[in-house]
Design a binder for this molecule. Structure first.
Ligand SMILES: Nc1ncnc2c1ncn2[C@@H]1O[C@H](COP(=O)(O)OP(=O)(O)O)[C@@H](O)[C@H]1O
Ligand SMILES: [Mg+2]
Length: 266
């Protein structure tokens, strides 16, 4: 089995990595791929919160402290997805041995087609460990200059560590004039854009409700963009159902009404 361990990385925080990692992992599981989601953001541990799952007794913290095998920290998530949570104890983080991350990911990759790794932002030891643990990387950016400078640093680190960069996901896209355009992003980063995810209140609402968008609102613009990312993953093909926007519905109803008015006149 050609297994994939894909780090979801960014320079800047708050660009939507955890949301992408959680929803992408569920999309892959829904597509029938054996998938495990690893919460490698050891300090923030937000995967469990986004999934709406209670604090787990055994977490990646125990694995990184050499107390348990990573297989003992795997839990059942939604839609057949498995996940490895991080713990929330700040005291214990100090004792974590980040070098153990790579071996943990390799163990997970032996038993799964996809290991999706949610990484911390920045270039600290936690972020470096997450990046070095994967074989492939998806770079998350927002279409603005500050995000790009940081993204280029991550790109260079990924290349130095021989990760295959699958491409870029541009998140919080609004199509405002001030935004960096898709083509320019590709040129500036020297990487392919896998998908543009719109700024969608459904993503924010899903995080607040602790139910991932892909299951709560599968027809939302956010969820459909997630499926585009899933389709860009090696060996994955999912159907993206076209949905009519409210505007189209309004206009088609309007056109029908006009049509019937003319018929009556005949
Ligand atoms: N496309 C989007 N549209 C609207 N809100 C989003 C989008 N992507 C993420 N969010 C929201 O932004 C916040 C930060 O996202 P998160 O995934 O935690 O980012 P990161 O892991 O990079 O820090 C969350 O509240 C999330 O719901
Ligand atoms: Mg995060």
């Amino acid at each position: 089995m050609a297994n994939h361990s894909i780090v979801i990385a960014s320079g800047k925080g708050g660009v939507g990595k955890t949301s992408l990692a959680v929803n992408l992992a569920i999309a892959l599981a829904q597509a029938g791929k054996k998938t495990v989601l690893l919460d490698a953001d050891v300090a923030m541990a937000s995967v469990g919160i986004m999934l709406g799952i209670e604090r787990a007794p055994i977490s990646l913290h125990n694995v990184l402290m050499g107390e348990v095998d990573v297989r003992d920290a795997v839990y059942d998530g939604p839609n057949g997805l498995k996940y490895v949570p991080s713990g929330l104890s700040l005291e214990r983080i100090k004792k974590v041995e980040y070098e153990k991350m790579k071996a943990a990911v390799e163990t997970l990759a032996d038993a799964n087609e996809f290991v999706i790794i949610d990484s911390p932002p920045g270039l600290g030891p936690d972020a470096m460990a997450a990046i070095k643990a994967g074989h492939e990387l998806v770079l998350v950016v927002t279409p603005e200059p500050a995000s790009l400078a940081d993204a280029l640093k991550i790109k260079s680190i990924a290349e130095k560590n021989n990760l295959k960069i699958l491409g870029v996901v541009s998140n919080f896209v609004t199509r405002d004039k001030s935004e960096i355009k898709r083509q320019d992003l590709e040129t500036l980063l020297g990487l392919k854009i896998l998908a543009e995810i719109p700024d969608d209140f459904e993503a924010r609402r899903s995080a607040a409700m602790q139910v991932p968008a892909i299951t709560r609102v599968p027809a939302s613009a956010y969820s459909r963009a997630i499926l585009q990312v899933a389709n860009a993953m090696p060996g994955v093909e999912v159907q993206i159902v076209e949905v009519k926007t409210r505007k189209e519905n309004f206009f088609s109803k309007f056109a029908k009404a006009l049509g019937s008015m003319f018929k009556k006149k005949k």
